[in-house]
Design a protein around this ligand. Structure first.
Ligand code: FE2
Length: 387
């Protein structure tokens, strides 16, 4: 479906997609859980490099004997980093196969039992039946279903809970509190799936989750001289949750999606896009903290930006020289423009990376930048010998 065909009703800030169904109302992203080899060190990295703050903890000291979890927060974003404490934990299998990566994309719901029933009755594979967890602050109900690969959607109902995070966690007070980098919320999370799998998962999100496909890009739009991919963006009814899904496409050389699938050993989360109100400030800080970004697009790219903005009669509020110096890319559509930049993979396997995005009205995903972006990724692939 092309963007022009979308019928949307503007309710203030929210767009309600008429085609999307409301059997699964989602209030937002609750948390994202990573399975990692060493959660203590990963937590230090996310605090130091990305400006996350210590929030909650569970481990041996709180009675958790098999695994340890650190919860980090920055504005509305919550990340959990989990590591097994012995060889018997099934978390090990995930780490052995995939390396560090995203296990759970948790979604905040009003009624977790209903979310589980609605999705499993439509064909979702169960990960965890509705489970009530309690402590002195009340109760939380959680239930989970599998999505692509071994990735899970957990439904979290917390309306009868007033504790900091979840039962079983205690507040994590740390003497080390680096400043925030201005990251505000998760804008979208992208999944990579295997050959000819994209439409299967598009249909899964439509049928099982009631999502709508609101943007599509085929390999004629997303390609470079060497490689290609296809992408479809799925959105829930209120537009708060957006999951683009990529699959590789045939081309002269190996695409970044194939490289991901090879190193992750299957489908999984490719990138997490986090929003900021001031991308110049955020990216300057992240770079000073040691976060590595993909190489800056060539000067010719920045020469063409004013023309692209003019085409849609938008005025760039940021200093283009500063954007160029930081390697931040600009894309525009009818509704506005957006600024974005991509990190290099944040673990040794070339798998998961982050995007930093500032939306100035545009609701797209930077299609105008795909070519420059993928050429930059290909330069990295060439160094790794995986192009
Ligand atoms: Fe993205």
């Amino acid at each position: 479906m092309s963007k022009k065909e979308i019928k949307s009703v503007d309710y203030g800030l929210e767009k309600i997609f008429e085609g999307a169904q409301d059997f699964l109302p989602l209030l937002g992203t609750d948390y994202v859980e990573f399975y990692v080899g060493n959660a203590k060190q990963a937590a230090h990295f996310y605090k130091t490099a990305f400006g996350f703050q210590s929030f909650a903890y569970k481990g041996l000291e709180t009675g958790s004997k098999d695994s340890v979890s650190y919860v980090l927060t920055q504005d509305k974003i919550k990340l959990i980093l989990t590591t097994p404490l012995n060889s018997k934990s099934p978390i090990n299998d995930h780490i052995v196969k995939h390396g560090d990566g995203v296990k759970v994309i948790a979604l905040w719901v009003e009624d977790a039992r209903k979310a589980y029933k609605e999705t499993t009755s439509r064909g979702a594979k169960s990960y965890m039946e509705p489970t009530v967890e309690t402590d002195e602050h009340g109760e939380v109900v959680r239930a989970g279903i599998y999505t692509y690969g071994e990735t899970v959607h957990m439904f979290v109902e917390r309306k009868n809970y007033n504790g900091a995070f979840l039962p079983g966690f205690q507040k994590w007070e740390s003497a080390y509190n680096p400043p925030s980098a201005g990251l505000k919320y998760i804008d979208h999370m992208v999944g990579n799936v295997g050959w000819n799998q994209m439409d299967i998962w598009v249909k899964w999100y439509e049928d099982v989750m009631g999502f709508e496909n609101f943007l599509s890009f085929d390999d004629k739009q997303i390609h470079t001289e060497y490689s290609a991919l296809m992408s479809k963006v799925m959105s829930n009814g209120n537009g708060r949750i957006k999951f683009p899904i990529n699959e590789p496409a045939k081309a002269a050389k190996r695409s970044q999606i194939e490289e991901y699938l090879d190193f992750y050993e299957g489908s999984g989360v490719q990138h997490i896009a986090v929003a900021t109100d001031d991308i110049i400030k955020t990216v300057s800080q992240l770079k000073a903290n040691g976060v590595e970004f993909l190489s800056t697009p060539p000067a010719a790219y920045y020469k063409s930006v004013p023309r692209r903005l003019e085409e849609f009669s938008h005025e760039l509020r940021e200093d283009i020289e500063k954007l160029m110096a930081l390697g931040i890319m600009i894309d525009a559509d009818e509704e506005g423009y957006l600024l974005q930049i991509f990190t290099k993979p944040i673990e040794d396997r070339p798998t998961l990376f982050f995007e930093v995005i500032q939306r100035m009205g545009a609701r797209g995903f930077g299609a105008g930048n795909f070519k420059a972006l993928f050429e930059s990724i290909e330069r990295e692939q060439a160094k790794r010998g995986t192009l």
